[in-house]
Design a protein around this ligand. Structure first.
Ligand code: SF4
Length: 351
């Protein structure tokens, strides 16, 4: 079958049955950029709420560029992968300062924005500017692999290249934004990783995997490495209604977010660990008010965390070190914190 008619049924189906998603009503590149960055690591349902909130705070590239970084992180709080927010903030400033606020309108210009990869650049340029670039995300790779019988692992550059080149050829025959979104929708709703619903699939008659009963063995993916275990102890130190937070630097996980003083350790201590003692003034008797444990799973790490809650006078290390911020415990909800902190603060009824 010719490329110009291969996807006709899928596109027709998409026009009728596409889910209503708030970003689909817009062709504003800024809004599409926001939605695509949020959806990189986030499920659609959760992403919708964040998208609406993000646009309420930062309705355009100027308001995002003008905002302090802590406010951007606060709005992003709970979504994870915080470098996404930091990169967007950086790029918004670049657009305002270097491009006079004009969003780049071609693939290469969009691809140069910090944090924007091939997929996001293709999604924005096709949806906002009708440019024929195939947006190849996880859903699209899975659909293409099954549809065309591609056996290269889809998580390796050779597999991605093969799929991208093929779809870039086909997309020329369709409305680019619609083509990309129709395939993504198929992958999200019908051609799912497990148990694809081939009976309902508009591509069934053209599908290699369906014809050969290979839905379970395609796509080929390389086995994932086991996540590494990590142990972290946190110190929630309270003194006369005050506490201290530390702002993480721009490296590693939870970039730029606030947390209680913390230390990575080999094993979690059964009693308040020695390192916490240097945060306490020796002249004062400190009290242990309890501890809580959490297991927090990230893609490559499993974090075992123990939060110690102590009351006592802080030492000079805390008071004089500028990386620690003193605040009232009631003010803590105003600071952007990572998800592990959010869990603890929620369980302690502090937010
Ligand atoms: S027929 Fe089945 S395997 Fe093929 S694209 Fe459709 S849902 Fe996926």
């Amino acid at each position: 079958m010719e490329f110009q008619s291969l996807f006709a049924k899928l596109i027709a189906d998409y026009r009728i049955n596409a889910r209503f998603l708030p970003w689909r009503t817009s062709r504003d590149p800024y809004q599409i950029w926001v939605s695509e960055v949020i959806l990189q690591q986030t499920k659609v349902l959760q992403g919708q709420d964040y998208f609406m909130t993000f646009l309420r705070y930062f309705p355009d590239v100027f308001s995002l560029a003008d905002a302090p970084e802590d406010q951007v992180l606060k709005v992003w709080e709970g979504l994870g992968y915080y470098s996404r927010a930091i990169n967007m903030h950086h790029s918004a400033k670049f657009i305002v300062e270097q491009l006079k606020g004009r969003f780049p309108d071609d693939f290469d210009g969009i691809r140069k924005l910090k944090g924007v990869g091939d997929y996001t650049a293709a999604a924005i340029s096709s949806i906002a500017f009708d440019l024929p670039h195939a947006a190849v995300d996880g859903n699209v790779k899975r659909v293409a692999s099954r549809l065309f019988g591609i056996r290269e692992p889809i998580d390796k550059p050779a597999g991605v290249k093969q799929i991208t080149e093929l779809l870039n050829e086909i997309i020329q025959y369709y409305s680019p934004g619609e083509f990309n979104q129709a395939i993504m929708e198929l992958g999200a709703l019908i051609c799912t990783p497990k148990n694809p619903d081939c009976r309902r699939c508009p591509m069934q008659e053209h599908c290699f995997a369906f014809a050969n009963n290979l839905q379970k063995s395609l796509p080929v993916v390389t086995p994932k490495k086991k996540p590494v275990n990590m142990h972290i102890e946190f110190l929630f130190l309270e003194s006369k209604g005050k506490t201290w937070l530390h702002k993480r630097d721009k490296n590693g996980i939870w970039k730029g977010l606030f947390e209680f003083p913390a230390k990575i350790v080999n094993h979690l201590s059964e009693t308040p660990p020695v390192w916490m003692m240097e945060f306490l003034d020796n002249s004062d008797v400190s009290k242990v008010l309890g501890h809580r444990d959490y297991v927090h799973k990230l893609t490559h790490r499993t974090i075992f965390a123990r939060f110690w809650h102590l009351s006592g006078k802080p030492s000079n290390i805390v008071k004089q070190n500028q990386t620690y911020t003193e605040l009232k415990t009631t003010e803590i909800s105003g600071f952007p914190v990572h998800r592990l902190m959010l869990k603890y603060l929620g369980d302690n009824r502090m937010i």
